[in-house]
Design a binder for this molecule. Structure first.
Ligand SMILES: NC(=O)c1ccc[n+]([C@@H]2O[C@H](COP(=O)([O-])OP(=O)(O)OC[C@H]3O[C@@H](n4cnc5c(N)ncnc54)[C@H](OP(=O)(O)O)[C@@H]3O)[C@@H](O)[C@H]2O)c1
Length: 353
């Protein structure tokens, strides 16, 4: 039990991911929100005026009257800073906060590839958080930057972790169907996406992220770096007219091919590393495997485990590679705000704050 809550702030608090932070941090057992920051457009306004609330749960009372401050180290003083900033802004601001002593838990892609930056999904690679010790030595920071992956890498990598542990993964071919909330607010124009699928996500670079990030997270931590997993990826990313929840259809080649039933058993039996098991945001369970031929579906399954559980279905033989399956993950919870909060909890638990 924590006697005094840790002061935390949210940068980019009014956006799509920022709103999830506000919602998930309501009554958090360890963290207390002390500052909300956004752009000049919002600074000086109460949160309830600045944010166009889009979640289907009410705006938490604690946030309504908080006045938005600039995203600067002078205006924001907190032990943990959750960043829901766009990459180009995060590039500059996140190191400034780390230098000033804050633990920056970031959603942005800016530093995911940094050699001394942990890219974390605690339920599969909690040990990578130790890299912050090296980062602090390297940079001379008292704070640090830790990151969570792209929302499409998230569910896919959790599924691959189990298959790689048990049977060895050699190749992955995957196609995503990504929700609209992943594009932020206001996101994709309605006339572009209604009655449509867009076979390109963001301004490019999405496929490369999903082809690279899992290799880091499935990689091995040596003293000062991560050795990337030797797995080949080919990924297609598509935007579809779903509000929340990214689906990925994946086929994998295994070192030791197994029947689908054996893979299902392994997926169901998977448990997170001890250090990541009993944190406030730990997914319970880590993975849910559905037996029905038409699941997972975003509308029915995205809130499994409060949006933190990875839902897998349609595990079957692949006639070209070995196995194929469908994986679903809530993009703004497990894939974004929930991810950063879970990472921060791990940092605290490991005594690295
Ligand atoms: N959406 C997802 O599913 C998802 C998943 C994983 C990662 N991410 C990443 O998370 C980050 C945020 O994405 P989002 O979808 O939440 O974007 P968004 O809805 O466009 O929100 C952007 C936020 O940044 C603020 N902002 C803009 N310029 C700023 C500045 N100069 N200084 C301070 N704050 C500024 C905005 O404030 P104003 O309202 O004042 O303009 C807003 O709060 C991105 O890096 C994205 O790639 C998103």
């Amino acid at each position: 039990m924590m006697t005094e809550k840790i002061p935390v702030a949210v940068l980019g608090a009014t956006g799509s991911v920022g709103q999830r932070f506000i919602s998930l941090l309501d009554d958090h057992p360890w963290f207390k929100v002390v500052a909300l920051a956004a752009s000049d457009r919002s600074v000086g306004q109460p949160y309830a005026n600045a944010a166009r609330w889009v979640l289907d749960t009410p705006m938490p009372a604690y946030a309504r009257d908080m006045v938005i401050v600039p995203a600067s180290t002078d205006a924001v003083q907190a032990k943990i800073v959750f960043s829901a900033l766009h990459t180009e802004i995060a590039n500059e601001l996140e190191p400034a906060f780390a230098k000033a002593g804050a633990a920056v838990c970031s959603n942005a892609s800016s530093y995911r590839r940094g050699e001394d930056v942990p890219l974390l999904l605690p339920e599969i690679n909690a040990e990578h958080v130790q890299l912050v010790k090296h980062q602090r030595r390297n940079k001379g920071w008292s704070g640090c930057i830790i990151t969570n992956p792209n929302c499409t890498s998230t569910g896919l990598t959790i599924a691959l972790k189990v298959l790689d542990n048990e049977f060895g993964v050699k190749k992955v071919f995957a196609t995503s169907l990504q929700a609209l909330s992943g594009a932020g607010y206001p996101g994709v124009p309605s006339l572009d996406i209604m009655d449509n699928i867009i076979p390109n996500v963001g301004n490019g670079g999405e496929e490369e992220k999903v082809e690279w990030e899992p290799r880091k997270m499935l990689g091995t931590l040596s003293d000062e770096t991560i050795e990337l997993a030797d797995i080949k990826f080919s990924v297609h990313t598509n935007r579809v007219a779903v509000i929340d929840g990214h689906t990925v259809c994946a086929s994998v080649e295994l070192e030791n091919p197994v029947e689908p039933e054996t893979a299902i058993q392994a997926l169901r039996a998977y448990a997170a590393p001890l250090s990541a098991r009993d944190l406030p945001s730990s997914p319970r369970p880590v993975i849910e495997v559905r037996d029905e031929a038409d699941r997972p579906q975003p509308r029915l399954d995205r809130m499994a485990g409060n949006g933190m559980t990875t839902v897998i279905g349609r595990v079957r033989r692949d006639p070209i590679l070995d196995l194929k399956f469908v994986v679903l993950s809530h993009n703004t919870i497990r894939g974004a705000a929930g991810a950063s909060i879970y990472n921060a909890e791990l940092l605290v638990k490991e005594g690295l704050l």
